[in-house]
Design a protein around this ligand. Structure first.
Ligand code: SF4
Length: 263
């Protein structure tokens, strides 16, 4: 077999081992650098630019981003295979947006599948569909964000309209092995019952989709903005009370979808 794809290069900024989020079981999360969106609430602002950059962490300058090959990452992944087997876990590509580096993402997912490892991606689906088609054959689970059904509001908070994302969601639903929709719930953006209902109604139209995850707003990434010399625009937002998130869960369930709070 030609193993050249193992030499495919990509740019990551972190690897998180032993995660119990973003897919089933115990997972290794690979964070790819670069994203097409600029969500105001983004908790990984260091992921957004593809360029390698500097961020001040605990008073010290840290280089964010490194170039690796698929083979380099597979060496890391091999260390955790025993945990995947025992827990039904695997590898999740996150970011950033993996579709910013489709050749690398596809080669990495392919390498995992060659080893029988479960694969997932956390993605906005904001890319031309030919890029998405490159990764689908090697993917067990597509975790796709639908942040808002109103394109103008989507653009105000993420710097991108949503038409391409909604269109891709339909195509992904038809072709992916499994698709789960996720909605970050952000005060002043999409935290009303009507807005979450609209997302649930859209998700319900997607063939095979029976699950929607609500990801409540948090500000764990706020310090990173300062470290990057950037302004965190949402500092005046309050966290969402648990009763309200539970109400939104009921709204999703009333549309006939299973609902989980958190990833
Ligand atoms: S899509 Fe995700 S990584 Fe990209 S800016 Fe939004 S929150 Fe950040």
């Amino acid at each position: 077999m030609n193993n050249d794809y193992l030499n495919t290069k990509g740019r990551i900024f972190d690897i998180q081992r032993f995660s119990v989020h973003d897919g089933p079981g115990v997972r290794t999360i690979i964070f790819l650098k670069g994203c097409f969106l600029r969500c105001k609430w983004c908790c990984n602002p260091e992921s957004q630019k593809f360029d390698i950059e500097k961020m001040v962490v605990d008073g010290k300058e840290k280089i964010i981003g490194r170039d690796v090959t698929v083979a380099d990452i597979m060496e890391e992944i091999e260390k955790d295979r025993i945990y995947y087997r025992r827990s039904g876990g695997g590898v999740t590509l996150s970011g950033g947006e993996s579709l910013r580096q489709p050749e690398f993402a596809a080669a990495l997912l392919r390498a995992c599948k060659e080893k029988g490892i479960n694969t997932a991606i956390e993605s906005t689906g904001c890319a031309s569909f030919d890029k998405i088609e490159m990764i689908l054959p090697y993917l067990d689970l597509y975790l796709m964000d639908i942040k808002h059904t109103n394109s103008e509001k989507h653009r105000q908070f993420t710097m991108q309209p949503n038409e391409l994302i909604l269109e891709n969601a339909k195509k992904i639903a038809e072709k992916a092995k499994k698709l789960i929709i996720r909605a970050p719930v952000i005060p002043t953006f999409n935290d009303t019952e009507n807005e979450i209902r609209d997302i649930a109604k859209f998700a319900k139209t997607l063939p095979g989709v029976d699950e929607l995850h609500l990801l409540p707003y948090h500000r764990l990434g706020e310090d990173k903005y300062e470290g990057l010399g950037r302004n965190y625009e949402l500092h005046s937002l309050e966290l969402i009370p648990d009763e309200h998130i539970q109400r939104l869960k009921t709204v999703v369930e009333s549309e006939g979808l299973k609902c989980q709070i958190g990833g």
